[in-house]
Design a protein around this ligand. Structure first.
Ligand code: UDP
Length: 480
């Protein structure tokens, strides 16, 4: 695989494809945004006072029960105050030779999930650089999305009985979309496995075709991978989010880390009054240390381990623990994990558990900013965007040494890596009692994100790749 430095080159990040499906197929019986607040209210008990029998589960303030209106998209010049003028000039320079050349991005959902979130920002920024970028979304019935969800799980390692019927459904929808779509652009980028079969249109086009895989292919179900592989091999290049996700392929492979947008609601600077208001609403005391983990209530995020680590550290240092998550209300497994977390938390009024709706980006941003330390004690992880978000906010961050996290956390330099509950407890205690060290790693963490994991760096990678592919194409077309 081409290294980061070769191309100047983890997600959402692959994010949950269930979310994608819920969004692209609102009729499929999945949760829609409009339904969610009621579900949330119904499942969250009324406000419980700190220290009461359910002392650590907070009721949500009314302000977060309905989705806010979408925030306006930023323009390239808005990033000047974050990355400075020179990197923006570099983007414009790189785009110059691509002027008028166009890109098509194709994925399986327009809203929901990290891929859509990223495309929402990437597409207008590339277009603003005079590289017109179009975004098309494949369509499919419930049968198709059930199969692609099963593929998604199987590619992540669960076993799956790949039947002929499933293969046919997958191919039929890919064919339908292929017939419907035009591929007149210079580069076509197909995101993830769902639309991978569109490559069959390749011979009819002048485009370079790229497969952008956002998911972890390190341990796929062999039958599903063998079914998809012949399609992947027909592309001009493949992109993965981590070295360890790549496969043996006869085509060039590139490494694109996932990225965050520093101007998004989740990451933009916030006035301190807003941070204070959110803390007041959620019962978080800013005059005392705050240790936070933001994560879905999922065993692989080890929220129970975080509570245990907090309890060990709390014998020596004062602090509160905030566990801010989501999705537990409508996910049976999430609800079970939330229950386990509440059981181990007991009645400790300093443990604040928040089961937030999916649109609480501003509140999560405020909680991360209010935190003294951020923890991401994952046992398995794709890239870990919550780590990126915390580092970007200059927070001293403690995280499990798994998946893409070590790409972000260089131990004792941009954060600290841990392998156990005890290790996590030790680091909570250490960071709370060594504020200068904590501040230093927080500042280095922010710089690391600025260099490697911002949307603007992602735009640069796309421009570089596009230039490489255009050059390869022009060489191919020179008569020998
Ligand atoms: N997140 C959120 N609400 C929650 C929990 C998580 O918005 O209740 C966000 C979090 O801020 C991050 C993303 O969801 O942007 C999670 O990405 P990550 O790569 O850390 O983990 P994943 O959930 O994709 O495994």
């Amino acid at each position: 695989m081409k290294s980061q430095s070769e191309l100047e080159s983890e997600p959402q990040s692959e994010v949950r494809s269930e979310d994608q499906r819920a969004s692209s197929n609102p009729g499929s019986g999945s949760q829609t945004q409009a339904e969610a607040p009621d579900a949330r209210v119904a499942k969250t008990p009324p406000a419980s006072a700190p220290g009461s029998a359910r002392g650590n589960e907070r009721a949500l303030p009314a302000s977060v029960l309905t989705p806010p209106p979408p925030a306006p998209s930023p323009h390239l010049d808005d990033y000047v105050r974050i990355i400075g003028q020179a990197p923006l000039d570099a983007l414009r320079f790189l785009a110059r030779d691509l002027k008028g050349k166009s890109i098509k991005m194709v994925n399986s959902t327009a809203v929901g999930g990290g891929v859509a979130e990223m495309l929402n920002r990437l597409v207008p920024l590339l277009s603003e650089l005079d590289v017109p970028t179009h975004w098309d979304v494949i369509t499919g019935g419930n049968d198709f999305f059930e199969i692609t969800k099963a593929f998604h799980n199987a590619l992540h390692g669960s076993s799956y009985d790949l039947t002929k019927a499933a293969q046919e459904i997958f191919l039929t929808y890919n064919e339908q979309n292929r017939e419907r779509m035009q591929f007149d652009e210079n580069m076509v980028v197909i995101h993830d496995p769902q639309p991978v079969g569109l490559i069959r249109s390749r011979e009819k086009t002048q485009a370079s075709w790229v497969w952008r895989c956002h998911i972890d292919l390190s341990n796929p179900d062999p039958r599903v991978w063998e079914f998809l592989r012949p399609f992947v091999e027909r592309y001009d290049a493949a992109i993965f989010s981590s070295q360890s996700f790549a496969r043996q392929l006869p085509i060039p492979q590139y490494l694109f880390y996932p990225c965050i947008d520093p101007l998004s609601e989740k990451n933009k600077e916030l006035p301190d009054e807003f941070v204070q208001k959110v803390c007041d609403e959620f019962g978080i005391d800013r005059s005392r240390p705050i240790v936070t983990q933001v994560s879905r209530f999922d065993r692989l995020k080890d929220p129970v381990g975080v509570v245990q680590a907090y309890k060990l550290a709390k014998k020596y240092v004062d602090c509160q623990l905030v566990l801010a998550g989501g999705g537990a209300s409508d996910d049976p497994e999430g609800a079970a994990v939330l229950k386990e977390v509440k059981e181990v938390a007991g009645n400790d009024p300093d443990i604040i558990i928040l089961d937030l709706p999916p649109w609480c980006a501003l509140e999560i941003n405020a909680i991360q900013r209010a935190s003294t330390i951020v923890v991401q004690k994952s046992l398995k992880e794709g890239f870990g965007l919550t780590v990126t978000e915390a580092l970007w906010k200059g927070k001293p961050t403690i995280a499990g040494a798994v998946g893409g996290i070590p790409n972000q956390i260089i131990h004792k330099l941009t954060g600290v890596l841990v392998h156990s509950v005890e290790g996590c407890a030790f680091q909570i205690r250490y960071l709370l009692t060594h504020p200068d060290f904590a501040k230093r790693i927080g500042a280095s963490g922010r710089e690391h994100v600025k260099e490697n994991f911002l949307m603007t760096t992602n735009v640069k990678r796309w421009l570089l790749l596009f230039r490489i592919l255009e050059r390869a194409k022009s060489r191919r077309s020179v008569p020998r």
